[in-house]
Ligand binder design. Structure first.
Ligand code: PLP
Length: 423
């Protein structure tokens, strides 16, 4: 089971307040209110994130490490953002590495880990993962590393845990697995993956990009070695964040320029970072904190507020998922890929992919787009998945991604629009 930290009493999401925070949600497109169902590709941001970015550029725009006002403010701001992300993932600030996106951070880590690997070493990957948690590791084949891939069960797109256990052996050095699939929405049992990796003496690398807006992440409880996510998927700016256990960040040797310090986490951060977006990341975590404090006023710490926010989000997303999946399954000639039985909904997020006979995903996304619904078509870089399900040559799937700022009413309108389009 995925790890869900429990808080004691039940919390409710203040949806009117939530929606008022996101200026983009008020847009009218082609005469229709815009409905953002493209969260898995990137979420909208609250006003405070926009303000923090603009404020940083207006007043504190400087490089780091200078002996003057704006540079010192920049250093302070980055330290605060690191500590905020530490609370988001439940780790220390010096275990947080900022980077342009998850893909770049993962290539950087695969290069560094690859320095220690050679012929006969094995890496275990899954066919359910986004390619950003596949290709950077597969690139190490050039060093003689053997890649072993784990299958998924085609009926419900869950990871084949038996296959995973069988693929991990005495030569396994790393197991790289997604927390949740950005295509079919499956939440993987990452606690078990980490346990199996550790038992074999291998490192675990968890891609939490898709999971982060939907569920709480606790790297300490999971005891994983690495965890990556992208802030633009959970209401922040376009950046990536990597958690690495301090011992690994210290021991491994990043490729880096000489003047860059050898101290963690800076030695993993190449060149000048996107400071304005880091200011936006701090504001993004502030948003999570306020959401949680509104849902559960008795919380005392930022971490507890973030968990309370997740609890409120979970309940709301669950209701929308139930309505969405029941409505989709009632549409003739529609196939939903992934978990569809409500009793297993704890193992999926509110991300649905479908195909409808007689309509390509691109046609459906285009017609929905004309009606103000922003959905996605294709493979979303989950290429192994669309190839194994043999839908890659057919245009992949139509993806409908719900996040906490969506509403039950939007779900109903989307279902009505789909019914109308397919006749
Ligand atoms: C599950 C998952 N992993 C990795 C990525 C890549 O993230 P980034 O765009 O930050 O490189 C994505 C992007 O969609 C994703 O959904």
């Amino acid at each position: 089971m995925p790890i869900l930290e429990q808080t004691t009493s039940s919390t409710a999401l203040d949806l009117a307040w939530v929606r008022s925070q996101f200026p983009a949600l008020a847009q009218i497109v082609h005469g229709h209110p815009a409905v953002f169902l493209d969260g898995p590709g990137g979420t909208q941001v609250p006003q405070r994130v926009i303000d923090a970015i603009a404020d940083y550029l207006s007043r504190n725009n400087a490089n780091t490490g200078g002996a003057y006002h704006t540079s010192r403010n920049t250093d302070r701001m980055i330290a605060e953002a690191r500590s905020a992300m530490g609370d988001f993932l439940n780790c220390d600030a010096d275990e947080i590495v900022f980077g342009p996106n998850m893909t770049t951070l993962t290539y950087a880590m695969s290069r560094a880990l690859g320095r220690e690997l050679g012929s006969g070493d094995e890496i275990v990957l899954t066919l359910l993962d986004h390619d950003a948690n596949f290709s950077p590791w597969k690139a190490l084949e050039e060093k003689g590393v053997v890649i072993r891939t784990v299958k998924f069960n085609e009926e419900d797109c869950t990871l084949d845990m038996r296959d995973l256990a069988a693929k991990i052996g005495k030569n396994t050095r790393l197991v790289a697995v997604g927390y949740a699939s950005n295509a079919v929405g499956t939440i993987n049992d990452v606690a078990e993956v980490v346990r199996l990796a550790r038992q074999a003496g291998a490192l675990s690398y968890i891609d939490a990009v898709h999971y982060a807006p939907h569920g709480p992440i606790d790297v300490r409880a999971l005891d994983c070695d690495f965890m990556v996510c992208s802030t633009y998927k959970f209401f922040g700016p376009h950046m990536g964040v990597l958690y690495g256990k301090r011992e690994h960040l210290k021991r491994l040797r990043p490729y880096k320029v000489r003047p860059n310090t050898d101290h963690i986490p800076n030695c993993w951060e190449w060149g000048t970072l996107n400071h304005e977006c880091i200011a936006g990341i701090k504001a993004c975590v502030d948003y999570w904190e306020e959401l949680g404090r509104r849902a559960k006023p008795e919380v005392t710490t930022r971490r507890a507020a973030i968990l309370a926010a997740h609890e409120a989000i979970h309940q709301h997303e669950r209701k929308m998922t139930e309505k969405m999946i029941a409505g989709l399954l009632a549409i003739p000639r529609l196939t939903l890929y992934g978990i569809s039985a409500p009793r297993h909904f704890d193992n999926r997020c509110a991300t649905c992919v479908v195909r409808i006979e007689g309509h390509t995903p691109l046609e459906l996304a285009t017609k929905l787009g004309e009606r103000g619904f922003f959905t996605w078509d294709g493979n979303y870089y989950a290429l192994n998945l669309t190839e194994q399900l043999d839908v890659e040559r057919l245009g992949g799937f139509l993806r409908i991604g719900l996040v906490h700022y969506n509403t039950i009413e939007e779900v109903e309108r989307l279902l009505a629009a789909l019914r109308e389009i397919v006749g």
